[in-house]
Design a protein around this ligand. Structure first.
Ligand code: GLC
Length: 524
């Protein structure tokens, strides 16, 4: 299981209201002993003007003083390894900060040796941008540079200029930065907007989007186009193959995860590489915005696990720092069944910090919004899902020192970690039980999976199988009780509602409460 730490919001050790590396180190015991996670993915901690909270990198091989020092980072890695956990760092190759010395050199003149390190283009005859590409964060993707009389490309903020990955010097300089972290002992790399690296070399305009509804969340004007030219050019596969070869030249198992926004399962599966020689784990975001409906979820799981190349392993994501909280998307009453889904499907789950508490989106008071996306496109802000982790009920919530104002408000919607820890029926208690079961049962962590007919509409049921180990998972998507036909001899392992005394009827049937999920042992 991969646990995502949004560093700014996990644990502040200095009392400035912002989480940091030493704070993370001090909480590794929670991740290893309380939850038992295998790998921790840490959001960017590199020197940055923080226009996009670290996704605008000004130096790829250093630590921003806000988060600590390289020594602090090494201490995180050492402590994680001592606890047998892997550390995955976030790598932001599509764009740098406009303050990065490379961009400073690039924009200094048309003849700068670094000019071609970024994507510069001439204006159209009427002075407009070279094509119709839009920034994900609103407005055109092109910024006019008066000094040198050309436009530069920024798929995100104007202060996040896109690197030109077609330039071999860029490619080798960036891959060098990966080696820097691998040499320091990191176990994996999460590649930010991995599918954006290569664009159409002719910079052709995108066609208008067809009527086919994008299943993903609405992104305003950006959705008016079919993004076939400003991202996802097939040349990116060569980069990923090279990337994989670099990882494999290191000892141990180093993993590459890619942020891939691709809703077509066949096109998504291509990122594993046709010979399974590219990304180990192109993030599968398909369930993020799937309606909470048995048929839809089943269809999505099927289509994103069916056609993987030989040897590829599925994965599932239900939350991250870019999306509304799971509890706010699906509803708090579904948080438990969603936890069971995430942790019992076949494939690696990624858990976003705080989802194990049932955290909801926190309303941000007017004028305190931080996220540049929300500031540029009202309604699309991500702050609500990035609020500090509540550890205790005391002043500062155990996140920061008493009296210090955290960078975003701490939500009041959920009980903090210490309270949930003392209640095995809490959401955290459920996550702990699920994670323990997942570790203990081969069927759950590495077995095959097949959907079964639960005999009742509104119940999603599937079996996990590994040799003799056989487990049935049943999730009631409805609010009314439902009967599940298991098998004679079946035994309850876990109820999402904490019901411990549930017994099957003589015919092996179980009564599920509304919104309840059950994990049932079929091995005997
Ligand atoms: C990715 C990150 C997001 C960031 C964007 C631009 O989508 O997850 O947080 O804003 O890339 O780097």
């Amino acid at each position: 299981m991969v646990y995502q730490v949004y560093l700014r919001s996990f644990q502040d050790s200095t009392g400035n209201g912002v989480g940091d590396l030493e704070g993370l180190r001090s909480r590794l015991g929670y991740l290893s002993e309380v939850l038992g996670v295998d790998a921790v993915w840490v959001s960017p901690f590199y020197p940055s003007p923080m226009d996009d909270f670290g996704y605008d990198v000004a130096d790829y091989t250093a630590v921003d003083p806000l988060f600590g020092s390289l020594e602090d980072f090494d201490a995180v890695v050492a402590e994680a390894h001592r606890r047998s956990m892997a550390i995955i760092v976030d790598w932001v190759p599509n764009h740098t900060s406009s303050r990065h010395p490379w961009f400073q050199a690039s924009r200094s003149s048309r003849s700068s040796p670094k000019r071609d390190w970024y994507v510069w283009a001439e204006a159209t005859p009427d002075g407009g941008p070279p094509n119709n590409w839009l920034s994900v964060f609103g407005g055109p993707a092109w910024e006019w540079d008066d000094a040198t009389g050309q436009y530069y490309l920024h798929s995100f903020l104007p202060s996040q200029p896109d690197l030109n990955w077609r330039n071999p010097e860029v490619r080798s300089a960036m891959l060098e930065t990966v080696r820097f972290w691998l040499d320091r002992g990191v176990d994996g790399i999460r590649i930010d907007v991995a599918d954006y690296l290569m664009k159409d070399p002719a910079l052709r305009s995108n066609p208008a989007a067809g009527p086919a509804a994008d299943m993903f969340k609405s992104r305003g004007a950006y959705d008016r186009f079919d993004h076939i030219h400003d991202k996802a050019h097939p040349d990116v596969h060569g980069v990923f193959r090279e990337f994989r070869r670099i990882l494999e030249s290191y000892d141990g198992h180093r993993v590459c995860i890619g942020e891939i926004h691709e809703w077509d399962p066949e096109r998504w599966a291509l990122y594993f590489g046709t010979n399974n020689d590219e990304l180990h784990m192109p993030f599968n975001f398909s369930l993020l915005y799937t309606p909470w409906d048995v048929g839809e979820v089943r269809h999505r799981v099927d289509s994103f696990t069916a056609d993987l190349p030989e040897g590829a392993w599925p994965n599932h994501v239900l939350g991250n720092h870019d999306e509304a909280r799971l509890a706010s998307r699906f509803g708090t009453e579904r948080v438990r069944a969603a936890a069971m889904l995430l942790l019992t499907l076949r494939g690696t789950p990624t858990l976003y910090y705080g989802d194990e508490l049932g955290m909801t989106d926190v309303p941000i008071p007017p004028g305190e919004e931080q996220d540049p996306w929300g500031l540029r496109v009202p309604g699309l802000g991500r702050d609500g899902a990035r609020t500090p982790m509540p550890w205790t009920d005391s002043a500062g919530s155990g996140f920061t020192r008493p009296g210090v104002k955290p960078w975003l408000p701490v939500g009041e919607g959920v009980a903090p970690v210490d309270e949930q820890l003392s209640d095995s029926r809490s959401v955290l208690g459920l996550y702990r039980s699920l994670l323990a079961l997942r570790r203990a049962r081969p069927a759950l962590h590495s077995g095959d999976m097949r959907f079964v007919d639960a005999g009742r509409r509104g119940v999603l049921a599937y079996e996990r199988l590994a040799g003799e180990d056989r487990i049935l998972v049943a999730l009631n998507f409805g609010t009314e009780p439902a009967t599940l036909q298991a098998a004679p001899g079946a035994e309850l392992l876990l109820s999402s509602h904490g019901r411990t005394h549930l017994r099957p009827g003589p015919d092996g049937s179980f009564e599920l409460a509304g919104d309840e999920g059950l994990v049932i042992d079929l091995s005997r």
